[in-house]
Design a protein around this ligand. Sequence first.
Ligand code: SF4
Length: 402
Amino acid sequence: MPHHQSAEPSFVDSFAALPLGSLRAHSLKASEGEFQQSLGATQRSLEDFAQLISPAGATQLEALANQSKALTQQRFGRAIRLFAPLYLSNECINNCAYCGFSRDNPILRVTLEPDEVLTEARALAEQGFRNVLLVAGEHPKFVSNGYVEQCVRILHETIPSLSLELGPLETGAYQPLVTAGADGLVVYQETYDRNAYRVHHTAGPKKDFDWRLETPERAYAAGFRRLGIGALFGLSDWRTEAIALAAHAQWLLKHCWKAQLTLSLPRLRPCAGSFEPVDAISDRDLTQLICALRLFLPDVGIVLSTREPASLRNGLIPLGVTLMSAGSHTEPGGYTGAGGDKLHKTDRGKMIALAEQSSEWAEGATGQFDIADERSPETVAEQISSLGYEPVWKDWDAALTS
Ligand code: SF4
């Protein structure tokens, strides 16, 4: 079903014309000399980006890292912004092979009431957070627009900077959320490989690749002024994903220029329903990719989550990362136990009440994936400081104007 009917240009058209296969081939066969050329360029094209993530470049990682470090400091100073995810609901009508919340997983589920969301947010505010990402599965009944709007309104005073990561909506459905006070919208394409996308998204509205690909554009049209995109590394060839993500970011910077853009590069983590990554991206590859993104897109924010272990996160702080989550829980109620009295299970989407004496009550809702960095936010902030960087808890703009 074609969604793209307006006269406005869309990334869906640019994406169709993107020579991903030849850019990947170009990356794989790039010489050291070509890598050096791209490293020294003042204006960099997508071909340069492909050369920067080449196997030839992997042997020159230090030179790449030094340049990325200097450029990041020039553009962002030594600030590392901290945020926390707050899960509203783990109900979902989609089946995504890699996600613990998939409809067919018989997990413990709950949707927090708005006052329970506020309890969670207050606990985060007490830890210092002023920038929170509200996350929910896609479920029109439990996670309706009215519900999300209510949550945003109730939280706004406690948390001045709120972003949303939800099932994609129409522009008109985003507008009330912006009016309520949400300023950021995060939507990962997961994979830019149409075949892999089809294989891993087997049920639910998420099956529609183009609808998802256009989501940041609809969010921008609705008034969101922070946009986050990303690819979930481990579903397809990592270089192809990286090139597509870089092209998507470049397009958004041009067409949605009033928004701040952030990129996320999550790697698959263990979750309910076992899934084996297809093309694992190594720590070294990930480092090369972050540095290459910085050189190609000097002003985009780069996000690093607690999916990554503490040692790697510390090592990546100076190299291009600008935002980090800390102390994260990926289950609704994870910070305070809120909503624990309403747990239920699902069997292929059908709700099943827990028996009164069930030991499962004590488990709490199931998380989306396992966390690798379990340090407290306070410890993460201390480590950032000890590395000579400044942990920033507030929203970017608020920090500049206060
Ligand atoms: S990735 Fe998102 S849409 Fe897919 S099952 Fe998980 S929560 Fe639902």
